[in-house]
Design a protein around this ligand. Structure first.
Ligand code: NAD
Ligand code: MG
Length: 300
């Protein structure tokens, strides 16, 4: 072993986390991490930081649970100040994240509110910048997914809510953030394997996720000369409240993750290193890209 270094413990990714069958209960949207059985790993005890975002100022939407919770914890462990957004009914999940962020000795605040509202999106960015003395990371993680068997069952209300949450909010938040972000800032969006391989029962959701990939590429080109980078993470199946709270039929959750080569769903903490990389200046030559974290069904 080299001097002063601890040896790496090899971990088999197939058996590292639970695989199907699962029997987690159905939840009502937006769901909570506390009803997931088995519980998810958001990095609460497992994510180790290395100062890669020291002093950075991050706004994370959907920061109460799932992938957003994992990104918020990782950002704080890497030394960033973190403001999270979530829906008012998710206050209990959010409080836990705020406590974990505070424990890192950085600024931490939760700002609840509905991203379907343009005025709220603008005020969220403004408030986050006030709390942290500026904003240089925007991680757009919030998302809405509701399965419908047929286009005949997909209402205009649902279509509208999915597009408002997943696409319009992204537009409003990026627009407001770009007014105040300095050169060197980064935006990390959240696409999906559904952007490329849409399921029949996720017509509205999958098409919003495809839009996010094009939005990311276009905005990246537009703001490159300002020194701002825009990228996206595209997860495959992840063990979060999104799926049993209407994202998939509950019968499908039993085998959730079985369809990928690693034979299990990802845990939110397994997304965190990508959000950190794309947020940090370590990825200084990467912009307009979408990075997959799919368990082995690669992005085309
Ligand atoms: P999650 O339910 O834990 O997180 C989604 C969050 O979105 C919620 O916690 C909620 O705070 C937020 N949200 C939803 N509607 C909102 C609104 N109107 N206003 C404000 N916030 C709102 O689930 P997750 O799986 O961690 O989802 C995070 C992101 O990952 C989403 O964009 C989702 O599409 C994406 N994703 C998830 C999977 C998966 O399998 N779980 C796969 C691919 C992509
Ligand atoms: Mg939540």
């Amino acid at each position: 072993m080299s001097k002063g270094k601890t040896e790496t413990v090899l971990i088999n990714p197939v058996t590292q986390y639970p695989g199907p069958p699962f029997d987690t209960p159905k939840q009502s949207a937006p769901g909570t991490v506390h009803k997931l059985h088995p519980p998810a790993d958001h990095g609460e005890t497992s994510y180790k930081g290395h100062g890669r975002l020291a002093g950075r100022r991050a706004l994370v939407t959907g920061g109460d649970s799932g992938i957003g919770r994992a990104a918020a914890i990782a950002f704080a462990r890497e030394g960033a100040h973190v403001v999270i957004n979530y829906l008012p009914e998710e206050e209990a999940d959010a409080r836990e994240v705020i406590k974990l962020v505070e424990a890192e000795g950085v600024a931490a605040k939760g700002i609840p509110g509905d991203l379907k509202d343009e005025a709220f999106c603008r005020s969220l960015v403004k408030q986050a910048a006030e709390v942290m003395g500026g904003l240089d990371i925007l991680a757009n993680v919030a998302g809405k997914q509701t399965h419908q068997e047929s286009i005949a069952d997909l209402t205009t209300e649902q279509f509208d809510a999915t597009y408002k949450t997943n696409v319009y909010a992204l537009f409003w938040l990026c627009k407001a953030a770009l007014e105040i972000m300095p050169a060197g800032s980064t935006i990390v969006n959240t696409a999906s394997i559904q952007s490329y391989s849409p399921s029949d029962i996720l017509l509205d959701y999958a098409s919003t996720k495809a839009a996010i990939v094009a939005f990311t590429k276009s905005l990246a080109k537009q703001v490159a000369e300002k020194g701002i980078r825009v990228n996206a993470v595209a997860p495959g199946p992840f063990w979060t409240a999104l799926q049993p709270s209407g994202g998939q039929p509950i019968e499908k959750i039993r085998d959730f993750g079985a369809q990928v080569p690693l034979k299990r769903p990802g845990q939110p903490v397994e997304c965190a290193p990508l959000y950190v990389l794309l947020a940090s200046s370590e990825s200084s030559y990467v912009t307009g890209e979408t990075y997959g974290v799919t368990g082995g069904n690669p992005l085309p």
